[in-house]
Design a protein around this ligand. Structure first.
Ligand SMILES: [Zn+2]
Length: 198
């Protein structure tokens, strides 16, 4: 905890001061263009990954980056999605799974959930297990994109043609992102891997 308080002190002393105009502007309202849905995993940092500033991403996080079908669970996800899509009018929704996801590992091996009844129940919203962890992570992203479409606010915007859905898998150990291509129903690297060199 001491580390966090020292970090807060450093933030106030250096970063906040340098970016004060941004924070003062944000006090008047937010207009994020993207809803970013990802896992609670501590190794994932959406703003670091996308190099975005406060005010740019509306973020929904939970174990396994799950989006229960509309009406299936009163977990707050529906409210967050509705607010982002209908009130804030985000233009893009990204569902971002990740490599080495513990939640997806548990989907593959439910015996790890013996003492975690809430997690076991929550993972009922996950995609079906596939052949291996990476394939399960990918299949889950695709399943959550389908669940997203059951939300009326999302469906309305999709029908209007002014909302785009994206499925990502972030491989944090490589710094790379794979994106889902619905046309050939497979994942491919979003960018050439620039991290490999050097
Ligand atoms: Zn995870």
């Amino acid at each position: 905890m001491q580390k966090l308080i020292a970090g807060l002190a450093m933030f106030q002393a250096r970063l906040f001061h340098a970016q004060r105009p941004l924070f003062e502007r944000l006090a008047r309202g937010q207009a994020p263009e993207t809803l970013f849905i990802t896992c609670s995993d501590s190794r994932i940092d959406p703003c670091l990954l996308t190099q975005t500033a406060p005010g740019e991403l509306f973020i929904l996080r939970n174990a396994g980056n799950l989006i229960p079908s509309y009406g299936a669970s009163d977990c707050g996800a529906s409210a967050t999605i509705e607010y982002a899509v209908r009130a804030l009018g985000v233009k893009d929704v990204i569902v971002c799974g990740h490599s080495h996801c513990g939640a997806m590992q548990a989907v593959l091996d439910p015996s790890t959930l013996a003492d975690l009844p809430a997690m076991a129940s929550w993972l009922g919203h996950a995609g079906a297990p596939a052949d291996g962890l990476q394939a399960t992570v990918q299949a889950n992203v695709v399943a959550q994109l389908a669940n997203l479409r059951t939300h009326p606010a999302v469906l309305t915007r999709l029908q209007r043609g002014d909302l785009r859905l994206h499925g990502w898998v972030y491989e944090f150990e490589h710094g790379t992102v794979q994106t889902y291509d619905p046309d050939d129903q497979s994942f491919r690297h979003l960018l050439p891997d620039l991290t490999a060199a050097g």
